[in-house]
Design a binder for this molecule. Sequence first.
Ligand SMILES: [Zn+2]
Ligand SMILES: [Zn+2]
Length: 361
Amino acid sequence: MRAAVLYEYGSPLRVEEIELDPPREGEVLVRMVASGVCRSDLHTIKGVHPWALPVVMGHEGAGVVEELGPGVGHVAPGDHVVLSWLPYCGRCRFCSVGRPNLCEDLEWSIAGTMMDGTTRFHRDGRRIHHYNTSSFAERSVVPAQTVIPIDPALPLAEFALMGCAVMTGVGAVLNTARVRPGESVVVVGCGGVGLNVVQGAAIAGARPIVAVDTKAAKLALARELGATHAVDASTGGVEDAVREFSGGGADHVFEAIGQPETIALALALVGRGGQAVLVGLAPPDAGIAIDALTMAFEERVIRGSWYGGCRPAVDFPLLFELYRAGALRLDSLISTCALEDVNDAFAAMEAGEAARSVIVF
Ligand SMILES: [Zn+2]
Ligand SMILES: [Zn+2]
């Protein structure tokens, strides 16, 4: 079967034939139907966030269950499923208190293996690592807890985004920030995650919702998805414009890029009693300066949001229901391509093109 494999940081993915072993205990073999192309993959490809190499990339997949390992009972062959990229153990203290996105027992995942420390991918006797769900592959073996069944009537190409961008963006609003109706929201960076922050803010009833980006096409999309104002950051004057729209500073500012400059901008846009929510993944050594005095006397908050505070059993049914109700739109977010086009999809992402590429197998 074919997969897109990273052998060396900074070099293109190689789309090639590799071998896949059957699922073992607690694992599921999924035939991939679609996979979103996410910026986190790009960070790893460039070596900013390193991983065990070689590795089958991709972590935003949806497909059909083909085979179960022992001990898996919540899905059956033929089921349509979304893959939630972040696994969890279900037993550690964070899992136990309902924060499985902070699971502290994932050494195996970080090492690029399955739960037993081995890999299911290989080529000519050489092991190839897993990138969580490794969705840039025609078939992938994944931990059972990442497999979320869906109604087969739902579109898999759109729903691939549920297991990363949608959960991360909408979850940052509803779970992490807990935005209330009428509170002001600013979104810095309107890529796949930022646009879902905009959708989440609209679902929460936020007003105004100010989208900030340097690309006109992304700002247009943000408006379509619920932003009440759009600020083009390529022309300067961002702080003044946002302050005007948000009444002097926002209740919630979401940063969805992960660069020190945009994080600093996000902090500057927070109003009295407000919070900055860091959603974008910064490089490992990136520090930020804060105005500590203002933090205290204006009770400002800076907080991180990891995978939207995802609690799969609670959040995926909600996201699916929001989609059915028309409150969550994914069709305008995606543009489809083939697995062979994966490197072009990353080039388009770097060029700042608006739609999220979704590989359809
Ligand atoms: Zn992602
Ligand atoms: Zn855990």
